[in-house]
Design a binder for this molecule. Structure first.
Ligand code: NAD
Ligand code: IPM
Ligand code: MN
Length: 354
């Protein structure tokens, strides 16, 4: 099966982690029926410096005509905030990638890197944040002047219904008993609207337990009882923030993957972390968030959960042998970005050959 994959390396450590992702895709290409062709889709801060736009029209055309986009990370510390980052928001908006799927799963070998005591880890951490990805404050409505600034948190009936239905279906498909909606309905009107729609859509899923949690309390529940969550549906900003918190619970920001999805259409896969200027260019960034994003790509865009599963298995096996610095444990070898990628590729090839 021929598939065209657009690749945005981006800035900082994005360049390094994407290279490891490409190695995984090349291994799949070589040892399965998939045949991947890669096309560069330059975007981000460096591109802005070169041509004055962080997402040139030509790049967007490449992405639109591909079967999926592998995205690194963007952002440069010497640019004002938002210049590079607009590229991601524009891709999400213009491709209508309304689902941002962010699994938070603590792999067994990494229990030693979870910052929580055993009693808080409980039976384990394995939930998925389904973040609404095209509305809310991140839609960019508002203005700024010398005297005042406003950002509008806009949610529509259509936007809320589709993300909630997606999340309920996701919970059902994965055999979850409970779906948790996170909002701030005690203060924000847009959240009251969100909550009402959650309850309305929830009526179509009588077998699912529906739970509402306020965002502030949720941030402490995430630390106090992360084992109690399965599917979490939330708005754009709350999903952004809670997924970084969740990522550290599973070992590191470098571990967490995401899929920006428009079901049946071109979708974008990226680690949830940023360009990490503090470690960029040192060959020490953790590539696993990117590699697990390819798991999501195989599962969601290429209808191959089987290969997705093998990627995850390879990651778990590799974590028993070596670690990048962010998740290091003196009992295992400390690996560079490239060494970690190579180890996972080796494991994956063994599994694909079976
Ligand atoms: P960041 O995610 O880049 O880094 C936060 C911390 O996590 C840093 O200490 C970093 O070293 C560490 N970290 C991140 N990725 C890691 C990895 N793969 N392995 C090991 N450690 C890792 O967040 P920031 O510093 O707030 O943002 C830096 C830039 O990235 C900003 O310009 C921001 O806007 C941008 N950003 C981009 C994306 C994206 O492209 N999707 C996401 C978030 C932030
Ligand atoms: C993320 C990032 C982006 C977001 C930024 C860089 C636009 O933080 O993907 O989590 O806020 O969604
Ligand atoms: Mn984020």
């Amino acid at each position: 099966m021929k598939k065209i994959i657009a690749v945005t390396h981006g800035d900082g450590c994005g360049l390094e982690v994407v290279e490891e992702g490409i190695k995984i895709l090349k291994a799949i290409s070589e040892y399965s029926d998939f045949d991947f062709e890669f096309i560069n889709a330059p975007a981000g801060g460096k591109v802005w410096k070169d041509c004055g736009e962080s997402l040139p029209e030509k790049t967007f055309e490449i992405i639109k005509n591909s079967d999926a986009l592998l995205f690194g990370a963007i952002g440069l510390p010497d640019l004002p905030p938002g210049i590079a980052e607009t590229a991601i928001l524009k891709i999400r908006q213009d491709l209508d990638l309304y689902v941002n799927m962010r699994p938070i799963k603590l792999y067994n070998p990494l229990r030693d890197r979870c910052p929580l005591r055993d009693e808080f880890i409980g039976k384990g951490i394995d939930f998925t944040i389904i973040r609404e990805n095209t509305e809310g404050i991140y839609k960019g409505i508002g203005e700024i002047s010398d005297e005042r600034a406003e950002s509008v948190m806009l949610y529509t009936k259509k936007g809320c219904e589709r993300i909630m239905r997606y999340a309920c279906e996701f919970a059902k498909k994965n055999g979850h008993k409970k779906i948790t909606s996170v909002d701030k309905a005690n203060v924000i009107k847009a959240s009251q609207f969100w909550r009402n729609i959650f309850h309305k859509i929830g009526e179509d899923y009588p077998d699912l337990e529906k739970e509402d949690v306020y965002i502030d309390a949720f941030c402490q529940w995430l630390i106090r009882a992360p084992y109690s969550y399965e599917t979490v549906v939330t708005g754009n900003m709350f999903g952004d923030i809670t997924s970084d918190e969740g990522a550290f619970l599973i070992g590191s920001l470098g571990m967490a993957a995401s899929g920006n999805i428009n079901p049946g259409n071109v979708s974008m896969y990226e680690p949830i972390h940023g360009s990490a200027p503090d470690i960029a260019g040192k060959n020490i960034a953790n590539p696993i968030g990117t590699i697990l994003s390819i798991k999501l790509m195989m599962q969601e865009s290429f209808n191959s959960p089987e290969i997705g599963f093998l990627i995850e298995k390879s990651v778990e096996e590799a974590l028993n042998e070596g670690r990048t610095i962010d998740i290091e444990n003196k009992a295992f070898k400390t690996l560079t970005t490239r060494e970690m990628g190579d180890l996972i590729v080796k494991k994956l090839i063994n599994l694909l050959k079976k």
